[in-house]
Design a binder for this molecule. Structure first.
Ligand code: G3I
Length: 369
């Protein structure tokens, strides 16, 4: 309990929710929402969102009822927010900030630097390192500056390492880079320093996938964070994405060392957040609906979700649990896998809570008792 409440340092809103939950008696048959259950623990529970769906009542109601944190799935990315050099479009992002303010939710920012998925004007612009340095600095200063005080945490750098723990080649690192090519994580460090200058109060995160347990990539991230902390580079957290596929060996193996990875990072003085969880199922051809609740895949999915939520809720180093979307209706997975996988989120296509929702809720409630 003491360890759990210490997490509420990350959120005044969460502290208020926790206090309210402690003083207000709840009827025995009242099933709390995820936000209520997480709030008692001082834990943030979030979802990636697309503001295009805010006008859909089921989407908005589910989001506002179940979550206390949002993160834009796409509209914050470079190609959306700076589609041409120096032309910034904050319109969609502002809708996210307004929705969050109206429902007392925290906002995570995603992301300021990503080696992949940059707009063509950046990658094909034949800029010199000095020009790219200026472009990157202007982007971080403008975007993080625009949301100063409104975004509580930023994914400053997303997915800089490959699966073997080597830095990915990219326009920002070494193709041609911002003048720090071949100098390891110096370009990552530079991005964090610019982010801190732009928004001194926001928590600054490094975010990556397939680095949830102990492996070559998470070792590289650990080493970078340790070095940054020793040298005074402003880093406050590590995001563990947690895209898991039922039926793949990684789906299970990640759980064996997740807790140890969170603990070793926390010992460096950073917090850890589960930032993009989904647990996809194989879908038979042409099927888009949820498999039967008693199928082995659905049970395994619920088990994985519940276990990750329990580990996060039980480890004082983990301060947020977030899913990469609200409903299966709008998940990226069927699009990305051409319909071969899907059904990876907590709510089905019709916003009904799934067995994995009940598993997460139970894990959060068990952590409180
Ligand atoms: O909006 C257009 C639509 O107008 C067009 O008809 C359609 C045709 O392909 O594309 C639509 O845009 C797509 C967009 O998702 C919205 O659906 C883009 O092509 C597609 O590339 C984009 O994919 C996103 C991907 O990041 C790349 O930015 C996914 O939605 C999003 O879930 C995914 O998120 C990433 C995180 O940022 C980082 N971690 C991994 C995670 C999953 O890949």
């Amino acid at each position: 309990m003491a360890g759990a409440l210490s997490k509420s340092l990350v959120s005044g809103i969460v502290i208020a929710a926790a206090v309210a939950a402690m003083v207000a008696p709840t009827p025995a048959d009242h099933q709390p929402s995820l936000a209520e259950a997480a709030g008692r623990l001082g834990l943030l529970v979030g979802a990636a969102v697309d503001p295009a769906h805010f006008s859909e009542p089921d989407y908005a109601e589910t989001l506002a009822r179940e979550f206390n944190m949002v993160e834009p799935e796409n509209v914050m990315k470079w190609r959306h927010i700076e589609p041409a050099r120096g032309h910034f479009d904050f319109g969609a992002w502002d809708q996210v900030v307004s929705f969050a303010a109206a429902h007392q939710m925290k906002v995570r920012g995603h992301n300021l630097l990503w080696p992949a998925r940059n707009p063509a004007w950046v990658t094909d612009g034949h800029f010199t390192p000095a020009e790219l340095r200026e472009i990157l600095h202007e982007h971080i200063a403008t975007v993080a500056g625009h949301y100063g005080g409104k975004v509580f945490a930023w994914d400053v750098v997303n997915e800089a390492f490959d699966s073997r723990g080597r830095l990915r080649h990219s326009v920002w690192y070494d193709e041609p880079g911002i003048g720090l090519a071949g100098r390891g994580t110096a370009y990552v460090e530079q991005a964090f320093r610019w982010a801190r200058e732009a928004d001194p109060k926001a928590l600054l995160f490094y975010n990556d996938y397939a680095a949830e347990g102990l492996n070559a990539k998470s070792d590289a991230i650990y080493t970078m964070v340790r070095d940054f902390k020793r040298c005074g580079v402003p880093i406050d957290g590590v995001g563990l994405q947690m895209h898991v596929a039922v039926g793949s060996p990684e789906g299970i193996s990640v759980l064996t060392s997740l807790d140890a990875n969170i603990t070793r990072l926390a010992r460096l003085g950073v917090q850890v957040q589960i930032t993009e969880m989904d647990v996809s199922l194989p879908l038979p051809e042409g099927q888009t609906s949820e498999p039967p609740a008693d199928s082995p895949e659905v049970r395994q999915q619920a088990g994985l979700y519940g276990r990750v939520a329990a580990i996060c809720a039980g480890n004082p180093g983990c301060t947020a649990f977030q899913t990469w979307g609200v409903t299966d209706r709008y998940s990226w997975i069927p699009v990305f896998t051409h319909g071969k996988r899907g059904s990876g989120l907590l709510f089905d296509n019709d916003y009904r809570p799934k067995p994995c929702y009940q598993a997460v809720l139970k894990a959060l409630m068990d952590a409180w008792r």
